[in-house]
Design a protein around this ligand. Structure first.
Ligand code: NAD
Length: 419
């Protein structure tokens, strides 16, 4: 393997994290072998007409890791690097996240290898409809409910919902979450992940007596998760000193005005060239002088080349799998505390669950109700993980995994193995 390649794939990381937790549990090895494997994996190759009249082939995936606790739930990603290994890892992480939050769901993930920024709106619509049709073998309100992830948004969910509904002859809003409000989306869904990141990051700060006014925050990624987390941390009184997106980063030691920055991003499409800050690289965003680091971009960003230089005391994982195994090891040895991804970014799937329940019942809750439930359940899960971590003297991720894995194991044992 060349030196420039990551040493471990996303699935290697997911499995290693799983094994690390299993080592602290008393589980039947046969069940461990069962849980390592996804239940089913669908790969689809499909054609889409581009605006120039040419047809192009695309490859997409939908993986169900576990269906034991209920229908599967997990996002759909549009990104050039999407591949089966990554989707498989993300599906497994969804199983643990859903179990940790005690949601009646198994874990799934999907994606298409495509750069959505290179497609026109019409091309994106055609691609989404064809992909939705290809994976309609698997998705349904009772069986598997997609949601947005990197590169997808409420509009993409609306197209998936419409494609599925047209095939059935009636509107089926509960087939996806993260939909626009006009077709049964939930209040609070778009912001839910970033809000959950802030709730859990603040809960962790509180454990160490860190006051918002004395806390500096750096955020990698300024999309759905990162921009909301940055705004919420700023509204809580923290100093957000560094943020980045795929184009680069910015730094201001006195703190950025996130409201002004959001206006700049709405105007220009990037954080770069924001006037009231110095330009920095993506790496410098991760290593910026700060107390809380929120990686909210992609997997594998914090590796062994950057981990030794990270200054944060707390890492609140907005992204899924932002640390490599070696990166995490270095940080744990240095005493850095993690709010692990399956806890930190679970606000999204929590409000997705609320949305699914509302869609099934055609009965809608107010934003206040949703945000109050979100806060209560995030804090409850945080405290469970914190207690398990301190009682068993294990890191927060391992603690979160032991709780989640045990819930899945309990469900397998209750249901039994067919036949
Ligand atoms: P998004 O597409 O809205 O935003 C991604 C952001 O990351 C963009 O600002 C992009 O420019 C930036 N980015 C990409 N590569 C980068 C790089 N190398 N350096 C710096 N920035 C980079 O995606 P999102 O929905 O915000 O998801 C971000 C992460 O959060 C992913 O890991 C996703 O799986 C996870 N997540 C998302 C949700 C959700 O509800 N959207 C829920 C749970 C977890």
């Amino acid at each position: 393997m060349s030196a420039s390649k990551r040493r471990y794939s996303a699935s290697d990381v997911a499995l290693a994290q799983f094994e690390r937790a299993v080592a602290h549990m008393d589980l039947d090895p046969d069940l461990v072998a069962y849980l390592r494997e996804p239940r089913r994996e669908l790969i689809v190759h499909f054609p889409v007409y581009l605006d120039n009249g040419h047809m192009r082939m695309f490859t997409g995936y939908r993986v169900h890791h576990s269906t034991v606790r209920g229908p599967t739930k997990g996002g759909i990603r549009y990104h050039p690097d999407v591949n089966l290994d990554e989707v498989r890892a993300l599906a497994m992480w969804m199983t643990w996240k859903n179990a940790l939050m005690n949601l009646p769901y198994g874990g799934a993930k999907g994606g298409v290898a495509v750069d959505p920024r290179q497609l026109s709106r019409n091309e994106l619509r055609r691609l989404t409809r064809r992909f939705a049709s290809e994976i309609s073998l698997l998705i349904s309100p009772e069986g598997d409910i997609p949601a947005p992830d990197v590169g997808t948004n409420p509009q993409v969910m609306a197209w998936i919902m419409d494609t599925y509904s047209v095939a059935r002859g009636y509107a089926t809003p509960a087939v996806v979450t993260g939909k626009p409000l006009s077709i049964g989306g939930s209040e609070g869904r778009t912001e839910a992940t970033g809000i959950g990141v802030t709730i859990t990051a603040m809960a962790m700060m509180n454990k160490f007596g860190m006051k918002p006014e004395n806390t500096r925050v750096a955020v990698q990624g300024f999309g759905n998760v990162g921009s909301v987390a940055a705004r919420k941390m700023w509204e809580e009184g923290c100093k957000v000193v560094a943020v980045s997106d795929v184009n680069g980063g910015i730094y201001n030691e006195n703190g950025l005005n996130i409201s002004n920055l959001l206006e700049h991003v709405a105007r220009t499409g990037t954080v770069v060239d924001y006037p009231d800050a110095d330009p920095i690289s993506n790496r410098e965003t991760l290593t910026a002088p700060c107390d809380v680091l929120i990686p909210a971009a992609l997997e594998g960003q914090i590796d062994d080349t950057v981990a030794p230089d990270i200054q944060a005391r707390i890492i609140a994982e907005g992204a899924n799998g932002p640390c490599t195994l070696e990166g995490e090891q270095i940080l744990l040895e240095r005493g850095v505390e993690f709010v692990p991804d399956i806890l930190c970014n679970a606000g999204g799937v929590l409000v997705s669950y609320f949305e699914w329940v509302q869609s099934l019942q055609s009965f809608f809750w107010s934003e206040d109700e949703i945000l109050a439930r979100l806060r209560r359940l995030m804090i409850e899960a945080f405290e469970q993980v914190w207690d398990a971590s301190r009682q068993q003297e294990i890191d927060m991720r391992t603690a979160a995994y032991t709780i989640a894995i045990q819930r899945v194991v309990d469900a397998i044992e209750a249901r039994g193995i067919y036949p």
